[in-house]
Design a protein around this ligand. Sequence first.
Ligand code: C5P
Length: 297
Amino acid sequence: MQLVLQAPAKVNLYLRILGKRADGYHQLETLLQTVELADQLVLTRRPAGISLQCDDPRLGTGADNLAYRAAALLARQLPGAVGVHIQLKKRVPWQAGLGGGSSDAGAVLLGLNRLWQLHWPLERLAQLAAQLGSDVPFFLWGGLALATGRGEVVRPLPVRLSGSVFLVIPPFGLSTPAVYQALAPSTSAGTGLPSSLDSRVAALSDGTSNLAALLQNDLEPAAFALRPELQQLKHSLLAHGYPALLSGSGSCLFALPATRPTPPLTDLLPAGYRLIVTRFSPGSGGPRQERPGCATN
Ligand code: C5P
């Protein structure tokens, strides 16, 4: 038996640091949204053992790959022998803040739940997903969601965003731990208080018209300190009418369609930068209801 799965990329429309935790992670409040750009995975059932093949030779195919780790972690929870061969076609740039590796891991958990006929509820899969990475639980739902804790407490939102998103991919990546380490102590400390995000998210219920006003990312100053050229590019995009923001810890900047007649975005990109035009995508189950079972706040 074989399953073909899409593992979509995400952007963070909003990311606020609320403080640093005793375990070294940062307490977050973030709004994530999947896009149509996706890796593709083919899962083939085997009697026993886990193997991974990837079309990008720069990526590892063992325990250093989150897709492999997801399968191994799930297999360890099961009493009998299970096996899978995973073929991974990478389309999502990595070290870009687009969640590619996390999405692959989420897709593997969802796929193996079917392939191995486990019938686990998403909330149970989410507990494993959180062990793999802070962003992994979000990808079990996709669409638009509010994430808190270190990012692993996910509340899917019943709002369907539509429209184009421009992903600006620099010729370099950024390491997530390095960006968090570069946070100024004042940002890292945060205010400890949740924001008025709920009311601002409610204003999104009419689609994308209020989206540009929501864009904020507290990781930008740290990423821009490591790569000042990203700040210059963001300023240039804004100056030409494109609402723009760093996605997650970068290095990708994403932009929304320009608010006024302006040069095409490709004209604004320095040499070596790539543009990927994509669209917001709904979660895997289409427009969804809020799932109180997976949120703890
Ligand atoms: O959870 P994940 O493995 O994706 O996190 C990668 C790194 O990003 C962590 O080791 C930590 O340095 C940083 N991080 C953080 N606070 C978060 C999420 C990630 O400090 N909420």
